[in-house]
Design a protein around this ligand. Sequence first.
Ligand code: GLA
Length: 382
Amino acid sequence: MRDQVISSFIKNFKDTPLLVFAPGRINLIGEHTDYQEGFVFPSAITQGIWMGIKKNNLDSLCRLYSLDFDQELSFDLQHLSPKKGHWATYIMGICAQLKQSGYPVEGFDLALGGNIPIGAGLSSSAAISVATALAISEAFHFQVPKKNLVLYAQKAEQLFAGVNCGIMDPYASAFGKAHHALLLDCRSQTHQEIPVEFPGYALLLTHSKVSHSLADSAYNARRAACEESIFLLKDLFPNAHTLRDLSHKDLEVIQGVLPKTLYPKAKHVISECARVHEAAEALRTGNVKGFGDMLYASHQSLSNDFEVSCPELDYLVEQARTYGSVLGSRMMGGGFGGCTLSIVRQEALEDLCTHLEKMYTKKFQLVPDFIQVEMGSGASQV
Ligand code: GLA
């Protein structure tokens, strides 16, 4: 893909580009906690977006080419507005963020291509945003600090794609490290790199092929529900700024205050933050079985309490659980479709995929995709 991006840049713009790479991400555990300033445990993957860029000296005209869509698009930096649902919206969103922060962005040519399955919940959009911010920073010698690349990517997604997302996806794409996951504190926006080894096991994603048209609004609604809970709890817990500040011992009191619709959602965020720490500890001590159990517990909580799963994801997790040879399995990412993540004994991998495909196709008339992933490095010039 790297070479294809370079040659399509040369073909389209008659020049050689500067090249950057930004990866997609998986999340081992810690779902729907980032926007409550909680804890998450993501990792960059080896699949990602390659992007070639060069200043074009055409004032404020930017010319883009996407290999994946075989599409060209031009826009003017003076007139940036969201193009929701379009791959270029993230690129424009990043330009808007850089300009707003005072960086003198001028016209550029850009070509991009990637190998992240779209719609699977592997954050191809965060990868495009991080790649764009890094590419512009390098091409114009802006030296934007890495943390700011992440914040611009998050804002671009919020303002130009309409998803009120947290920081996890661009953070993992920017800071990822091969064979490591990032134990990320979304309040302090700092992380610890934790070595991840599951000897004899593989990380398997099963793409349900379900994509919910209302997923974005449901995501925003979940975030709003968490904010409402904190508002209702402010008299009893004046020091709790987000659900991250509460713990298991508070649950009984919280249950007495929150309405029935909100309590389980608050409980999910509180218990999921605790699980992230327990899971990281399990890895540190080599307790892979304990780690796997936490994945199942996370799924139960996301499905029953936070209500962001769907029958297809629940079925895939249940099938993986009862098959044997699987340490743990859960839905991954925002939910309402996308992927499950499973930790599967290497020698059972093929048979499990055959089994899942047979059962799932029969039940839902959908053929799942299987993607084996490895933990890769974060964004960089290549
Ligand atoms: C999406 C968002 C992230 C995070 C996850 C759920 O991937 O972009 O910020 O909230 O959902 O954990």
